[in-house]
Design a binder for this molecule. Structure first.
Ligand SMILES: NC(=O)c1ccc[n+]([C@@H]2O[C@H](COP(=O)([O-])OP(=O)(O)OC[C@H]3O[C@@H](n4cnc5c(N)ncnc54)[C@H](O)[C@@H]3O)[C@@H](O)[C@H]2O)c1
Length: 455
């Protein structure tokens, strides 16, 4: 099938590459000329396991092209996927300017029948706004084109995006029930048929319910994380091991094991903004989402917990103190620094006069870019990036772990100890067992595990 993807970011590029891999003819559009030039020269703008290979294979086979040419992009696809960003507006609601601009571009150039597929995460009712923007642009262009707007939210996880797209748990599609909507449903069914061979994974619903489903999913996952983080902080006070509790409750099939890890708070481009946007939707309908307000407040607090543990050990004034930080990306296997907890920690340390040596396997270039904006010149000058994890440890007063990269899971603790000025580890991801650390002669502070540290 001929498919256009508007917005070649994390979601757009993965969607385009994976649909090309299935034999479709994909046209990826972006307004960012540098990004398109990079893709056309064989580069990949993001770190995502397996993505470079899929893109290269399909480019070579002529099944995927990258361009900034709007008219050509509209002419190409019978299906026009909108996968542009929906960042938070000043009041926390989703900023729809890119989605609506994409819709107007399609309306302006289209002829015949097109299906406009909204893949961006958008608030309930956006389908109707996209429809109105398209209709207005079509009238202005004087064409008699027809269309249907479909909602097809994306559930991929950064760091496992290709795998998630190729093996989805579910495909959610919202469509209208008029003739154009049913025609759109048939095209979507054909497009996703290869994913449904083993068993049916598609959930068909109306557009508004599909839009809401995406927010409900992210809000639930964020809630589980904040719930465990809040309990972990209490566990620290009352002498309980939160990891034992996690196993104890996760084994209940009604609860399950996923997303119950206490840690340094959630970040990334989705949970923070989607929780906020859903709260905002509720408020504009005179409802207060009390649970989600708490989820957000707990998370803001949790991003400071690691730094607060360091401050509790060393005092408010960290002048002359030097710390090693392992992990900068908001989660492993990505270089995405959006809302990363490491940004909060670094501000806590550097604003109190400390110096820091940080290491991340892939996110250091992106971290350098965002931290230069986050920090003032003096603070930024006290941050250096290590060449290796062990290099970052040299002469540090403590090691602080923020991201659970696999490369950090089994370090040589003798070397860790030898490199640190003092054998002290603050672990924001509970990577190690407190007993194991005690045996290694390392003072260890996890999240919700202080009972074991004290033993
Ligand atoms: N990143 C994720 O893990 C993820 C997962 C599920 C859903 N989502 C949702 O998908 C959407 C996209 O997220 P992302 O992380 O891929 O964003 P992104 O910022 O990585 O990519 C968006 C791209 O759209 C381009 N763009 C903006 N306006 C355009 C226009 N008018 N025409 C063409 N291109 C345009 C930008 O230049 C950018 O390259 C968001 O709504 C997000 O919430 C993201």
């Amino acid at each position: 099938m001929k498919i256009t993807i508007i917005g070649t970011g994390y979601v757009g590029l993965v969607t385009g590459a994976c649909l090309a891999e299935l034999g479709n003819d994909v046209f990826c559009l972006d307004v960012d000329e540098a990004k398109i030039a990079l893709l056309n020269s064989g580069g990949i703008p993001i770190h995502e396991p397996g993505l470079a290979e899929v893109v290269a294979r399909n480019r070579a086979a002529g099944r995927i092209q990258f361009s900034t040419d709007v008219a050509a992009s509209v002419a190409h696809g019978a299906l026009q996927f909108i996968a542009v960003g929906t960042p938070p507006d000043e009041d926390g609601s989703a900023d729809l300017q890119y989605v609506l601009a994409a819709a107007r571009n399609i309306g302006q150039h289209m002829t015949g029948f097109k299906v406009i597929v909204d893949k961006s995460t958008v608030p309930v009712g956006t389908g109707e706004r996209v429809q109105a923007a398209l209709a207005e642009a079509i009238v202005a262009s004087g064409s008699a084109a027809t269309f249907s707007v479909v909602s097809n939210p994306e559930f991929l996880k950064e760091g496992a995006a290709v795998e998630d797209f190729m093996r989805p748990d579910r495909i959610v599609i919202g469509h209208d029930s008029d003739a154009a909507g049913l025609r759109a449903r048939e095209l979507m069914k054909k497009l996703y048929a290869p994913f449904n061979r083993n068993h049916e994974r598609t959930y068909w619903m109306d557009v508004r319910s599909a839009e809401f489903t995406k927010y409900a999913a992210n809000a639930m996952l964020a809630t589980r994380i904040s719930f465990m983080n809040e309990l972990a902080n209490l566990a620290d006070r009352v002498g309980v091991d939160i990891e034992a509790v996690r196993h104890g409750i996760g084994s209940d099939p009604r609860i399950g094991h996923s997303f119950l890890y206490a840690g340094a708070g959630y970040g990334g481009s989705c949970f923070p903004k989607d929780v906020q946007a859903l709260e905002r939707t509720a408020r504009s309908h005179d409802q207060d989402l009390l649970i989600l307000r708490a989820v957000e407040a707990v998370n803001d607090n949790q991003k400071q917990v690691l730094g607060n543990k360091v401050i509790a050990s060393f005092g408010e004034d960290l002048t002359g103190r030097h710390f090693a930080v392992w992990g900068l990306a908001f989660k492993p296997n990505t270089d995405d620094m959006r809302e990363a907890p490491a940004r909060v920690l670094l501000r806590q340390l550097l604003s109190r006069g400390a110096t820091v040596a940080a290491y991340d396997p892939v996110a250091m270039a992106e971290a350098r870019r965002v931290l230069e904006l986050d920090l003032d010149a003096d603070q930024f000058s006290r941050l250096r990036f290590g060449a290796t994890p062990m290099d970052a440890l040299l002469e540090a007063d403590a090691l602080i772990i923020v991201t659970e990269w696999k490369a950090f899971r089994s370090p040589d603790f003798d070397t860790v100890k030898a490199r640190l000025k003092r054998p002290l580890v603050f672990d924001g991801r509970n990577l190690f067992e407190p007993e194991q650390m005690a045996e290694a002669g390392i003072e260890y502070h996890g999240i919700g595990r202080s009972v074991l540290t004290r033993r």
